[in-house]
Design a binder for this molecule. Structure first.
Ligand SMILES: Nc1nc2c(ncn2[C@@H]2O[C@H](COP(=O)(O)OP(=O)(O)OP(=O)(O)O)[C@@H](O)[C@H]2O)c(=O)[nH]1
Ligand SMILES: [Mg+2]
Ligand SMILES: [Zn+2]
Length: 383
């Protein structure tokens, strides 16, 4: 049975790369998959049937087990997220960077995102050192690049080798331009900066996965097996994930270290007299602490909004142990990594028995990426 990777949704179906034939097939999904409400996303691995090598068409019969799924941008089986930020044009925004960090840590826990600062040609070395000194000590891998001078492009290419990576970051920071530097044949459409407002123009409008050949990087090419990278559009700030207010601290390692010795239960480390974080605030970068406070405030608003609408905010940490030993908190796996409950499993079996229609359904009208495109209307909030 042939299998492949979904590169993107296309004309009501999917483009799927099949490695044995080294061919991209235009595929429809079997009606059964739709009946079972199987959502197929860019990055999903699928089994194919009815391959037509002349027309380059095929049918998706099965979606293979998914390792993970990013919700925004919607991409499956991702190994790492590269958060791309510009040092200038658009001006670096520490809060936005930390918001992206928290979002992707929650989405892809326990993998830490890579921080890629672009447009270094427009920055002073001292500015880059200041950025390095904030994030490197916290354990983040930081890369400084310039698509104009070529600085750091080798480092970025090496980081992408043998992985499925996603470039995320606000519009205009140069995600597509950097990809074009690494894979010159891609020739992705890139935008122009709106200099009046200092923002990009949302040139990339849907998530797509590209296979990297590293043709211009012979050293990497020699040792690589399969490397993929997703180019994505920026997304609405309202779509960023928040933990519960008291759990935001888990996403800030330097604050967590001090919070663990805070004597107050459920302290938000914002105002409490004699809070251990506030007592040692000079050990934390001011920008990071401000981001923490802003994200706690966002999380509180989200929490009260959900209480009004009775939606649950999932806990992102859980207590383990306790009997005999000391109870500890550990990060909770996001739902997509958790084992399916017995009840769910049984329900799934019933559904499967129910659906024996194996006919091809080519009336897939609203694919996941189309939904995403709809979802990015009103991105002004981001800039
Ligand atoms: N000076 C400078 N300009 C750059 C660099 N990289 C990209 N740009 C410019 O930044 C602008 C935006 O680049 P894009 O690659 O379209 O940005 P993007 O992040 O893909 O934006 P969206 O697709 O809108 O999300 C273009 O005018 C690029 O030429 C760089 O390293 N230095
Ligand atoms: Mg782009
Ligand atoms: Zn405290």
């Amino acid at each position: 049975m042939a299998s492949g990777t979904v590169l993107r949704s296309h004309a009501g179906g999917y483009l799927v790369y099949e490695p044995e034939l080294d061919t991209v097939f235009q595929c429809a999904a079997r009606g059964r998959l739709k009946k079972e409400r199987v959502s197929i996303f860019t990055g999903d691995r699928v089994e194919l049937d009815e391959l037509d090598s002349e027309q380059n068409t095929a049918v998706i019969t099965t979606m293979l087990e998914r390792e993970n799924l990013l919700s925004r941008p919607p991409l499956a089986n991702v190994d790492q997220v590269i958060i791309v930020q510009a040092v200038h044009q658009p001006e670096w925004n520490p809060l936005l960077t930390d918001r992206y960090i928290v979002h992707f840590q929650l989405e892809l826990s326990p993998a830490l995102p890579v921080l890629c600062f672009n447009k270094c040609d427009l920055a002073e070395e001292s500015e880059l050192e200041a950025l390095r000194s904030i994030y490197e000590p916290l354990g983040y891998f930081v890369i400084f690049v310039s698509a104009v001078t070529g600085r750091g492009i080798d480092d970025l290419a090496r980081t992408l080798a043998n992985k499925v990576s996603v470039f995320a970051g606000q519009s205009g920071v140069g995600k597509s331009t950097l990809l074009n530097c690494i894979e010159k044949d891609l020739q992705l459409k890139t935008g122009v900066m709106d200099h009046e407002f200092g923002v990009g123009r949302h040139t990339t409008t849907s998530s797509e996965l590209y296979r990297l050949s590293f043709e211009h990087f012979p050293e990497i090419r020699a040792s690589q097996t399969a490397s993929w990278v997703g180019d994505t559009p920026g997304f609405n700030l309202l779509e960023l994930k928040h933990p519960q207010p008291t759990e935001v601290v888990w996403q800030f390692p330097e604050i967590l270290r001090l919070a663990q010795d805070c004597k107050f239960l459920n302290c938000l480390h914002l105002v409490e007299n004699d809070c251990n974080v506030l007592n040692n605030i000079d050990e934390i970068s001011l920008g990071r602490y401000n981001s923490y406070a802003a994200i706690v405030s966002d999380a509180q608003m989200e929490y009260s909004r959900r209480q009004v609408t009775s939606q649950k905010v999932e806990a992102t940490v859980k207590k383990v142990g306790g009997r005999g030993g000391k109870e500890i908190h550990v990060p909770r796996l996001s739902t997509k990594y958790r084992a399916v409950s017995r009840r769910r499993e049984r329900q799934g079996q019933y559904e499967e028995i129910d659906t024996d229609d194996d006919s091809i359904d080519d009336s897939l009208d609203a694919t996941e990426d189309d939904t995403f495109q709809d979802g990015i209307v009103g991105q002004e909030n981001l800039d």
